[in-house]
Design a protein. Structure first.
Length: 574
């Protein structure tokens, strides 16, 4: 691996060793092998090795993996299972109800999909890329791990490259490129979106928290997506449980950050989820192997930037925002972005055309592909639940409680009985939006933190009986994210300390804590008493880079930056 030194200009600079960018690089090598032209490519990945900062579910339709690596199964691809049984269930506090398939959207049927650990898949992709590069001597490929891009370089109206030092002093601290490709989940590419004013409708986010368990029994190939317990306060989200080979089990929750609850605490919600007797029956006597958290862009079609490329750069995957919540699918979309970008960038470089027009086919082709077509079809899925808070705040809890007491159908009848006119009207409207059958024109989300109601009262329930050994406090859970930081690490900016002092007073004044302290997935934010003043402090050595704190801070007073020297969590195996 070469050292970064001198002024460096590549043909392609890939920011993030992500599924999208690794697909881009691999397919580009195939195209370059055929064209025989000379190219230089660099991939910058902030984690110490490829995959170590990647966290996902995941179940994924194999169509794009098959397109890029038709014989992936014979190539040592890290397949954890093929889904043989797909369930969509509602949880009460004690019982689970598996819905008949006709009652939930077909997009939740994952039969035949691959069950994956995306961190391991990404690591595998990087190895395939290295092997492929050996067959294509006309391409010089530099893979830099432990190297973050810290800022975007804008020159003469275009993206010219990135800054690779937190505190740049000389040309050595920049890497330049004809085209920069951002597959960085927005860590720095949000500056591209802001710089070129690409977004009218803000992105909205959810956080995914997940554990991998070693169980006593095998649940290989079984997949559950759940609604209900412990999300019975109107917050959008649900749980997922994926059975993998070797008796491993993924247990996770995806929880939207537009929750009204300022003290929602996603890690605690995951522990409450695990207290359900159905999950207890699977993990009791088992062993926790890994823990992690990451954001998911949920806005979909209307949160997409107006342009998918700008002069000198393209946006891919979660950085672009193509994840489809209704399909619970981001991996195949991210990879398709990479595949299409490779062809568009290869064409542009061969022609020597570095103009904005040369990149236009990227957006055109994605718009005509399943990526944007399905996003368009599902454009109101998320909105349906924002527009009508009763769906999750009243109707779902009624059905969930009936799952425990009698039957879910009785719960549905009770909803109808309590709202004889409203419920059927709500049902027709919401289904119309969810299925994309009603057109209400463009929508505009509010930023997540704007939904916080400081005095929000969370419903209290008697918790089910559970085995204490299966439940982990937040400080204990962090151990399973294996965080490691270099000395002097300062990767979260707090912009204004006085704003924090006021925020602490406001929340403590109503017997709550601040959203950053409550919702951090890894026990980073804390309140310190300094000179008798309650101030915001951070234990950065615990941080697992999810960026939840930044999204929920009601004062927009934080920025989580990429870390240097490979610091951060180790998600390999998640
Ligand atoms: C809990 C959870 C469950 C999910 N479940 C599913 C599922 O079941 N099916 C599905 O299809 N999708 C699922 N997704 C979504 C899916 O994981 C994402 O859509 C997908 O990973 C996006 O890929 P990407 O190419 O955009 O890159 P990402 O996966 O976002 O990877 C970004 C990479 O860029 C690196 N990086 C970031 N900033 C920098 C920088 N400045 N410099 C250098 N490197 C940088 C990161 O370290 C990381 O390696 C889930 C996501 C989560 C969080
Ligand atoms: S970082 Fe944000 S949420 Fe945390 S104390 Fe400061 S203002 Fe409040
Ligand atoms: S400090 Fe912020 S980015 Fe780090 S783990 Fe906590 S919520 Fe996530």
């Amino acid at each position: 691996m070469r050292q970064l030194s001198d002024r460096i200009e590549y043909d392609l600079l890939l920011v993030g060793g992500s599924p999208s960018n690794l697909t881009l690089a691999y397919h580009f090598l195939e195209l370059a092998k055929a064209s025989g032209k000379e190219f230089t490519i660099a991939v910058l990945e902030k984690s110490k090795e490829f995959g170590a900062h990647i966290m996902s579910g995941a179940v994924s339709k194999p169509h794009i993996i098959e397109k890029v690596w038709p014989n992936y199964k014979e190539m040592g691809f890290p397949l954890d299972a093929v889904c043989t049984e797909s369930n969509f269930s509602v949880l009460g506090l004690e019982k689970k109800w598996d819905m008949p398939p006709k009652l939930y959207p077909k997009s939740f049927d994952k039969t035949g999909y691959l069950v994956l650990s995306l961190s391991l898949v990404t690591s595998w992709m990087a190895r395939q890329l290295e092997a492929k590069a050996k067959e294509v001597p006309n391409v010089s490929l530099d893979l830099f791990t432990g190297f973050a891009a810290h800022g975007v370089v804008f020159e003469d109206g275009r993206v010219a490259g990135v800054q690779v030092s937190e505190d740049p002093k000389s040309e050595d601290d920049y890497v330049y490129a004809k085209f920069t490709c951002f597959g960085d989940k927005g860590f720095i590419s949000r500056d591209v979106i802001d710089h070129f004013k690409l977004r009218d409708c803000p992105q909205i986010w959810s956080v995914g928290v997940k554990e991998v368990w070693q169980c006593k029994e095998s649940y290989e190939g079984k997949v559950w997506h759940t609604l209900g317990w412990p999300l019975l306060d109107g917050t959008f989200g649900g749980g997922f449980v994926y059975g993998m080979k070797d008796n491993k089990l993924t247990i996770g929750m995806v929880i939207s950050l537009d929750s009204r609850d300022p003290n929602m605490n996603p890690q605690l919600k995951l522990q409450e989820y695990k207290k359900h007797p159905w999950i207890q029956s699977m993990i009791t006597g088992g062993k926790l192997l890994k823990y992690g958290a990451a954001l998911l862009p949920e806005g979909g079609y209307y949160s997409l930037p107006k342009k998918f490329s700008v002069p000198g750069a393209v946006l891919l995957g979660d950085a672009l925002g193509v994840l489809d919540v209704k399909h619970l699918a981001g991996i195949d979309r991210a990879m398709e972005c990479g595949y299409v970008a490779a062809e568009v960038l290869h064409d542009a470089l061969i022609k020597g055309d570095l103009t904005e027009a040369a990149l236009a086919p990227y957006q055109e082709r994605l718009t005509n592909s399943f990526v944007v077509k399905e996003a368009y079809g599902n454009r109101y899925f998320r909105w349906a639940f924002i527009e009508n808070p009763k769906l999750l705040g009243e109707y779902l809890p009624e059905v969930a409680h009936s799952v425990d007491k009698s039957s879910a159908f009785f719960g549905m009848w009770k909803v109808w009985f309590k709202h004889p006119l409203g419920a059927p009207i709500d049902g027709v409207r919401s289904l119309g939006l969810i299925e994309g059958k009603i057109n209400i024109g463009p929508i505009k989300y509010e930023a997540d933190y704007k939904h916080i109601i400081p005095a929000f009262v969370t419903p209290k329930y008697d918790e089910p009986h559970y085995d204490k050994a299966t439940i982990y406090s937040r400080p204990d859970a962090v151990f399973y994210a294996s965080t490691k930081y270099h000395e002097g690490n300062k990767h979260i900016d707090e912009f204004n300390a006085t704003v924090c002092v006021d925020c602490i007073k406001r929340y403590e004044g109503i017997s709550k804590t601040t959203p950053c302290v409550a919702d951090c997935t890894a026990e980073v934010h804390r309140i310190d008493i300094i000179d008798d003043v309650r101030k915001h402090g951070m234990s950065l050595e615990n941080c697992i880079h999810c960026r939840t704190c930044e999204v929920v801070c009601p004062e927009v007073n934080l920025r989580v930056k990429p870390t240097s020297q490979g610091s951060g969590p180790d998600f390999l195996g998640l």
